[in-house]
Design a protein around this ligand. Sequence first.
Ligand code: T5A
Ligand code: NA
Length: 238
Amino acid sequence: MPRRGAFVVIEGLDRSGKSTQASNLIQRLDDAQIPSKLIKFPDRSTPIGKLIDSYLRSETEVDDHAIHLLFSANRWELASSIVKDLEAGITVLCDRYAFSGIAFSASKVAPSDAPKPVVAEGSSIAPTHQTAPPLLPYSWCRSPDVSLPAPDLTVFLDILPEIASKRAGYGNERYENQEHQERVRELFSRISEEVEAEGVGRWVVLDGGLELKEVEEAIWREVREAVREGVEGELGGV
Ligand code: T5A
Ligand code: NA
């Protein structure tokens, strides 16, 4: 039986550079003659993925619970082929995964509940912001992805929403506004703590605001390591 491949996930806010870095990384793995495959979630090519695509472009309205379950189902559609590839010795690189699923859904608030400054007009006191209640409970958002194959390494490209918002193509899709992205960033931080506590692979935070080449080098250092380590261990579950 061949040594299994490493399961590597790239996560981050919208426009943090995930897809750019994922394709550079596949090239590097190729050059290093490490058999690898790139997948991306949402996979917009399947029937479920087409519905998700239409939702993200705001062409279709879907209940928040239902769309969350569809994002998860879109991962389950590919779960057995991910395991098969890993067992065949292929390193699987995944552009977004279950962590995006949790962070983007659990950060939703009703439009009317978006935080507003709470201070009387004309006051000299700096405004504070009320924390709006989430639309979907965090634990509910986690459950549909439980027991999906767990990554050996998750690279989180950290970027300030304000910087990401200045990058090309920002604002075209549903969640691309700074307030939502701020809440998503906080949730990713909570998820990273849980991943570490539960030992669901390694979670590495890299600065996605650096120059493209610098980010690429930093990712390569981590992935080279994971390719060496990952193949030794058993594949766990999310
Ligand atoms: N979602 C996703 C859920 O709600 N639930 C889920 O379960 C999942 C999986 C679409 C949305 O779906 C949500 C999250 C999202 O809101 P997507 O299809 O991954 O998710 O979105 P995309 O539009 O494909 O990708 P992103 O917007 O996230 O962008 P990327 O891939 O992070 O960024 P990239 O590489 O395309 O780069 C963006 C621009 O920045 C430049 C690039 O050249 C490009 O122009 N750039 C840099 N510029 C300067 N310095 C750097 N270091 C740069 N890196 C990239
Ligand atoms: Na992308």
